[in-house]
Structure formats: C-alpha cells, structure tokens
Design a protein around this ligand. Structure first.
Ligand code: ADP
Ligand code: MG
Length: 484
C-alpha cells in the first residue's frame, strides 16, 4: 500500500529510486595494490596507477570481484558471467586520469530484489536494477588553505559497488527501511561496513511525484546524502517542493540537487542541459571480466544465513513476533547474542531481556552489541536465577544493573548482597502476620469491601522483606489470611 501525500488539489504519490555507493571491504584498491584504511595521512595510500602516471596499467583485484558477486547473490540477483569495464570521462582535479573506470552497459550484477520490513509487520519487495563495480575518485580539500584547494588521492581507486534500485519506493519511511535493510545485508556478507559517517555508504535519491496510477513524473536527483535521517528529510522536502511547483501551475525540471542539512532544504546544483556527457567507452586496458560459473556457485553455497532467512527461522523456531525477530536479526552480532542466551531457555524471556534491558544499557552507554558489558552466558545465568525462583523479575533488574557496573556474575551478586528471594512460606507468613496486626483498621476496611487495599498490603509485605519476597507466594498467602 502506497502512502499518499495530500496536496492542495488532491492526493499525490511519491516515487523514489535510490542509487547507493557502497565501499567494498578490501585491503587493496580495485585496480592497484595501494592500501584503503580510513583516516590515513593524505596521499600516503596512492600508487602510480591511482595517480594516473603515464603508462601505468590497471590490474583487477580478484577479492573485489568476489565481494561484488557475493553482494549480488545476497540480493537474489542475476550474476552476469561476462561484464565490461568502461571509462566514464570527465575533468576534475581529484580525478588525475580524466576518467573513472566504471561499468555501464554490461554490469557484473543484473536484476535482483530486496524485501522491506514495514512497521505493521508486513513486507514489500523493491526491485534492484543492477550492481556495478567502479573506482572512487580522490577528495578535494577546500578548508586547508585560504586560497588554495588541496587534493588527497587516498580514496582514488578504492572499489565501490553502485547499487541501483527500481523506482519502487513510495515514501521517505520506505527509503529509510530500504537503506537499513541493504546495510544489514552488506554487513552480514562482510562486503561493506555500511558506515555512513565515514562515507562507506552514500546515497543519491531520485524523487518524482504523480497522481495515483498516472505515468512516472519528471524526477530530480539529490546527490550524495550521507545519513539515513538526511535521506528521509531530503525526500520529504523534495516531494513537497515538487507538489507545490505543479499545483501552482509550473512543471518540475529534471535536475541534480543538493541537500542542505543545516536548513533542511534541497537546492539546484545543475540542470539536465548542463548534465555531463561522459562519453563512455570500453576501457582498452581491461579485458571483459569473465566469471567461472562453478566459482560463482561455490560463492553462493558459502553465503551466510542472511537477515530474511534468519528472521523467518527466529519466528518459526522461537515463536517470536515478526517485529521482535526483525529487531534481533538487524545485526549479525545481536542475532548471535540472542541465540546464545535463548539456548535451552524460554526464547520469549531471552528476547525480552536482550531487547529491553541489554539494548537499554547499550543505548545509555553508547556501546554496540559487539562489545556487550554483560556476556550472553552471564545474562543466561541471570535468567536461570529468575526461572528457578531465586530472584524476582524486579530484583533481577537490579542485579543486571549491578552486573553492568561491576562485571560480576549474577550468582556472586545475589550471594554478596543477600538478594536471594524469600520463598520460605513461614518467613512470608510471619511478615504478613506482623503487617496485618499493625494495620488492623485497614484490614477491617478491606473486609468491609474496600478491595483495592489489597495492593497496599502487598506493598507493605514487599517493603518489610526488602523486596525479596516471592510476589506470587505473597499474593496467595495474603488472600488466604485476609479471607480468614
Ligand atoms: P541515471 O543513470 O541518469 O541516474 P537511471 O535511469 O539509471 O538514470 O535511474 C537512476 C535512478 O533513478 C534509479 O534508481 C531509478 O529507479 C530512478 N528513477 C528513474 N525514473 C524515476 C522517476 N520518474 N522517479 C523517481 N525515480 C526514478
Ligand atoms: Mg544517477
């Protein structure tokens, strides 16, 4: 179901296609042996190929090809056994060769698909048009000198996958869900770290609007947006802008725009007339890339379990809700953590502890689940103490907080702090007798029909036992005594 946007003159449908540039995880560049580590001193990771010295020849990096094929397989896409590298020609200071090696008419990966998880628990398929390999350009530094621009070529030649979607996305929320899902798949595969702050994942957003059911409208392309939140803001703004233009009797001009994150608006960068003519042609330095079908099959068989399959398994095997399963499989490490906690335990209880208590602490401390403050084994032991009646659910939360703080085990903390739940019925009965004797007036009111006082008595007993009495036993014994 497509979310429509209400304009002054009726409803509009927003149409979005995304082009994502994903930096491949690889120690060396696409056509040279230079290193790719993030944050190195400028121009320390540049080979003569990257700097385009005369006569230097590109040599394809097999690992990067493997990463692109594995990504294609992870997107359920056709793998093209023959693909071609083209030169995309343009002049820019950070592009020493005067062209970028890319793929144009014959990309390495063809049509695929990606399934979006929607908030209502349903899913929707978005078509992938293609994935191709290309080199990144260098970087112009405008803030190093008052009048000069410096160039850093460390990034020049780094391998990118450009992943293009069909115009199947219908709202800013769906665009956000698409990017989160794509990033999750790339991370599971280990083909891109998905780090948008460091620029390993960048997104161009193509946006148009139309009346529901009408032909596609004219699109604008918003270049190089570098966070999911900004992608969503840029799309919201751009769709509104186009609707206003049309409703005021104008027409949308096809153009490239930039998102100004500070002001939350898009503004024109260049129009279609100024668009580059890249004069693509096959790079004469590189043969067509031919893949061995058996090698591709081997890569397919060795793929890890991906988020959709894992989610389906979590729902079937652990009886989790689609939403809970979706949250847990978002990152491979959180899925693994959950499975370790759930092993041999009540999965629903394990899921709650991971998603509520553990995630709460991770958020508060700004940590990722790869470095959890409490190990899966230690959390499992805590849950065992709840199940065997040693700890009430409430006390267990305190113990968990103490585990985070001290790094001690649940059992050690229970021992040390004397937190063992009171399940001894004689001790509970003693506490109840003392309270009822001290509160004779309230007991009389209760027996005369003021039933809501029951909660008050429970509270008093819990207080008297330092919160350690087993709540179920307290309830049961209180009812008996108040009735008698
Ligand atoms: P280009 O190579 O000029 O960027 P493409 O035809 O390859 O153009 O399209 C690029 C992206 O634009 C794709 O993600 C595609 O889905 C999207 N797209 C194409 N037409 C529209 C449209 N009318 N509205 C929104 N997105 C569109
Ligand atoms: Mg484009």
């Amino acid at each position: 179901m497509a979310a429509l946007v209400e304009g002054r003159t009726g409803a509009w449908e927003v149409v979005i296609g995304l082009e994502v540039h994903a930096q491949i995880i690889s120690r060396a560049k696409l056509f040279s042996g230079a290193a790719t580590a993030f944050g190195a001193e400028p121009n320390t990771q540049v080979s003569t190929v990257d700097a385009a010295f005369p006569g230097m020849l590109p040599v394809i990096n097999r690992h990067c090809v493997e990463q692109a094929v594995r990504t294609g397989l992870g997107l359920d896409a056709e793998i093209n056994l023959v693909s071609v590298f083209d030169r995309k020609n343009y002049f820019y200071a950070d592009l020493p060769a005067g062209y970028q090696i890319s793929q144009y008419s014959r990309p390495i990966v063809g049509k695929g698909k990606l399934s979006l998880d929607l908030p209502d628990g349903s899913s929707r398929e978005i078509g992938i048009t293609r994935l191709h390999l290309e080199q990144d350009a260098g970087k112009s530094l405008h803030d190093q000198h008052p009048t000069l621009t410096y160039v850093d070529l460390n990034r020049a030649g780094v391998a990118l996958m450009e992943i293009v979607s069909e115009p199947d996305i219908r709202s800013a929320e769906e665009a956000g869900a698409y990017l989160r899902k794509l990033r999750s798949i790339l991370r599971y595969l280990g083909t891109c770290d998905g780090n948008m702050e460091e620029g390993s994942l960048r997104c161009d957003c193509n946006v148009s609007v139309r009346r529901p059911g009408a032909a596609l409208g004219t699109r604008c392309e918003i270049k190089n947006v570098n966070s999911i939140r900004f992608v969503m803001q840029a799309i919201e703004y751009e769709a509104r802008r186009q609707i206003e233009v049309i409703e005021e009797g104008g027409t949308v001009k096809q153009e490239t725009r930039l998102f100004d994150a500070g002001r939350g608006v898009t503004r024109p960068m260049r129009s279609k007339e100024e668009a580059h003519d890249y004069r693509y042609f096959p790079d004469p330095d590189l043969l067509p890339l031919t893949l061995d079908p058996a090698w591709v099959e081997g890569l397919r068989r060795a793929l890890p379990e991906l988020p959709d399959a894992k989610k389906a398994r979590f729902i079937a095997a652990y009886k989790l809700s689609p939403n809970d399963a979706g949250v847990l499989v978002g990152e491979q490490s959180s899925a693994d953590y959950f499975e370790m906690v759930a092993k041999g335990r009540d999965p629903k209880l394990a899921a709650n502890w991971v998603m509520v208590e553990l995630y709460g602490v991770l958020n508060r401390l700004g940590l990722g689940i790869e470095r959890p403050p409490v190990s899966a084994a230690a959390l499992g032991e805590l849950i065992d103490l709840i199940v065997d009646g040693t700890l009430s659910g409430r006390l267990a939360k305190d113990v968990f907080a103490a585990m985070v703080e001290t790094g001690k085990s649940a059992a050690a903390l229970v021992e040390e702090r004397g937190l063992k739940q009171v399940t001894d019925s004689a001790a509970i009965a003693g506490a109840i007798d003392a309270i009822l004797a001290a509160e004779a007036g309230k007991v009389a009111e209760y027996r005369a029909g003021k039933e809501k006082l029951f909660g008050y008595f429970v509270g008093q007993v819990m207080k008297a036992t330092g919160g350690k009495a087993n709540p179920a036993l307290v309830n049961e014994a209180l009812r008996r005594k108040l009735a008698g």
